[in-house]
Design a protein around this ligand. Structure first.
Ligand SMILES: NC(=O)c1ccc[n+]([C@@H]2O[C@H](COP(=O)([O-])OP(=O)(O)OC[C@H]3O[C@@H](n4cnc5c(N)ncnc54)[C@H](OP(=O)(O)O)[C@@H]3O)[C@@H](O)[C@H]2O)c1
Length: 271
């Protein structure tokens, strides 16, 4: 079957709720244009999942769209989690598609490089961070709840952060980002209680800083950005394979595990 025909079949199959005709499982990943999100897309696709890879601007997400063009089990959709009309429209488009894993990955990530410090807070930006990292996440989860509940795996995987753990605070850095992730944790810990009776497992995960570009294995160290070089030196960057381990973790956790906040390797984190 030629590539264009099989892609057309995947899009049609997903839209009419027949992903199992092509793949055993379906994942929707938010924020797939780069970083962890793009790495999740590639690893899920390599495992044979049907992948709905969402990003805010497919036109500028050239690596993602090029990857999808080469992989028949990946479709790209536009999604900004703060654009409720867009979220609703996408949920409607896929209303007959069971989604095994809703991977809420897309966020404003400012932990290590944040100019938002106490005494110099940009409150407008703080508000935007909360809109994206907290409110948009729940809106998206609620919009896709029926899709998840109709699936086999029934999982909502929420990408939080070590920085969102109140019990782990050791410095005053990145307060707005930390606050957004702490709020996210509470929101989804309670959401987990709300939906567990439907068998839906809401899993809050701290993904760590993953070497999504596989800089550690590059043959040309000059391509490594300075901040990543430093992180590699101090051992603060997790290898690219960590994304696959997180998929294994999500696969393995069940509704009984929703009381835990898990690090990427499964280690329990203090909330
Ligand atoms: N990397 C880390 O150090 C680290 C550590 C702990 C937790 N995390 C968490 O892991 C997740 C991924 O991080 P990352 O390092 O891959 O971040 P990243 O490279 O900055 O990528 C963030 C992604 O989120 C998307 N995004 C931003 N605003 C959005 C919105 N309103 N709606 C939908 N998508 C939006 C971005 O899309 P655009 O391309 O359109 O901007 C981008 O694809 C985040 O939740 C982050 O907080 C990361």
């Amino acid at each position: 079957m030629n590539r264009h025909l099989s892609r057309l079949l995947l899009v049609c199959a997903l839209a009419v709720g027949l992903p199992n005709a092509i793949s055993a499982k379906t994942v929707l990943v938010t924020g797939s244009s780069k970083g962890h999100g793009f790495a999740f897309v590639k690893d899920y696709a390599a495992r044979g999942w049907a992948v709905i890879a969402t990003c805010r601007n497919p036109t500028s997400a050239t690596r993602l769209t090029a990857y999808a063009a080469e992989h028949d089990n990946v479709v790209v959709e536009e999604l900004d989690v703060t654009d409720f009309a867009e979220v609703d429209a996408l949920a409607e488009k896929y209303k007959d598609t069971p989604i095994d894993v809703l991977n809420l990955n897309g966020a404003i990530n400012t932990f290590r490089f944040s100019p938002n410090k106490f005494g110099q807070m940009d409150y407008e930006w703080f508000n935007e961070i909360m809109q994206v990292n907290v409110i948009g996440q729940l809106y998206t989860a609620e919009a896709f709840l029926e899709h998840v509940a109709a699936s086999d795996q029934k999982k909502i995987a929420v990408m939080s952060a070590v920085g969102g753990s109140i019990g782990n605070v050791r410095s005053s850095t990145a307060p707005s980002y930390r606050a957004s992730k702490a709020a996210l944790n509470m929101l989804f810990r309670t959401y987990g209680e709300a939906v567990k009776d439907r068998g839906v497992a809401v899993l809050v995960i701290a993904p760590g800083t993953v070497d999504a570009e596989d800089y550690m294995n590059t043959k040309d160290p000059s391509v490594i950005p300075a901040q990543f070089k430093r992180m590699i030196e101090v051992g603060a960057l997790e290898p690219r394979s960590t994304i696959g381990k997180m998929i294994d973790l999500i696969d393995g956790l069940i509704v009984d595990d929703i009381e835990g906040f898990h690090k990427f390797d499964g280690t329990p984190m203090p909330w």
